[in-house]
Design a protein around this ligand. Sequence first.
Ligand code: COA
Length: 146
Amino acid sequence: MILSFCDIRKTPINNINILEKETFNNLTNFRKVNKDFISKVEGLSIKLEEYIGHIYAHRAADQADIISFVIKEKFRKQNFGTLLFKAFISNLRNNGVKNVFLEVSKKNIIAQKFYYRFGFENVGYRKDYYKEKSGRIDAYLFKTKI
Ligand SMILES: CC(C)(COP(=O)(O)OP(=O)(O)OC[C@H]1O[C@@H](n2cnc3c(N)ncnc32)[C@H](O)[C@@H]1OP(=O)(O)O)[C@@H](O)C(=O)NCCC(=O)NCCS
């Protein structure tokens, strides 16, 4: 089995959308991404024989804002998220990015734990940031220097 990374712009758009729908279908404002949108972000996907996950961010000057980071459920807790995240941060660093930001739901303790491991700090609060079918959820703004 060979693990490989692929530029998000060369990743089949269907793989991205299927995984995002599986993961974020509880959000009322969930929307499919299209090729035009993906052509403007920086990111990576990861696969073995099958698709495992992806991460992508908007980049402006020396700052990147992570928009999406997902590992397919059956592949979670097997270090794939860590491998993908490290590879992505390394690419950003090599391309001159110095600060990375992201929003994480107040309820998403797993992701918060994941980001703290990478040195992220909680630097802000976004009230009602996520709109779930069950109601609005506040988020934290996380930041790290890379
Ligand atoms: C967050 C996510 C990408 C992590 O991917 P992953 O491949 O499972 O992560 P890893 O196996 O590399 O785990 C790395 C660390 O994250 C934390 N972590 C991951 N899964 C966890 C769990 N179920 N419970 C507690 N901590 C967990 C741990 O600190 C873990 O380190 P450890 O194994 O040494 O304890 C994955 O859980 C996911 O896709 N979640 C749904 C989408 C999401 O929430 N994305 C982030 C939005 S901001």
